[in-house]
Every structure is written in C-alpha cells, then in structure tokens.
Design a binder for this molecule. Structure first.
Ligand code: SF4
Length: 62
C-alpha cells in the first residue's frame, strides 16, 4: 500500500506524524506528507490507524 496526504485538507494536528513518523512527516509548509515509497508490510496497520485518526480525512490510500 501507499498513502498520500491532501495538504489542502491537512490542519497539521500532528496525529499521523506522531503515530508513524517513519511514514508521515512535515513538509516545508508545515503540513503533513507521506513518504511516496511502498509502506513496509509490517507498518501497514499503524499507517491505516493513522489514516483513520486524521480528523479531516486528509489521508488516502493510493
Ligand atoms: S492527521 Fe491529518 S490533519 Fe493531522 S497532521 Fe496528519 S494529515 Fe494533517
């Protein structure tokens, strides 16, 4: 799986970055972004949890 963040929807709450800093990070504009690489299989559950925790549904699986 891969995920991406819609920076227009991100309110920079930090939930995703706190939950899985290996996959979600801050971009230069202070919004969250996701690594473009394939999510390692052993991290998919955490990455999906973070997706579900986003208050603005800014994260989508691609
Ligand atoms: S959880 Fe959603 S709103 Fe919060 S920083 Fe991540 S993408 Fe942005």
């Amino acid at each position: 799986m891969k995920v991406k963040v819609d920076s227009e929807l991100c309110i920079a709450c930090g939930a995703c970055v706190s939950l899985v800093p290996e996959v979600y990070d801050w971009d230069d504009n202070g919004k969250a972004m996701a690594l473009e690489d394939e999510v390692p299989a052993d991290m998919e559950d955490e990455v999906k949890e973070a997706l579900g925790s986003c208050p603005t549904e800014a994260i989508e699986e691609i």
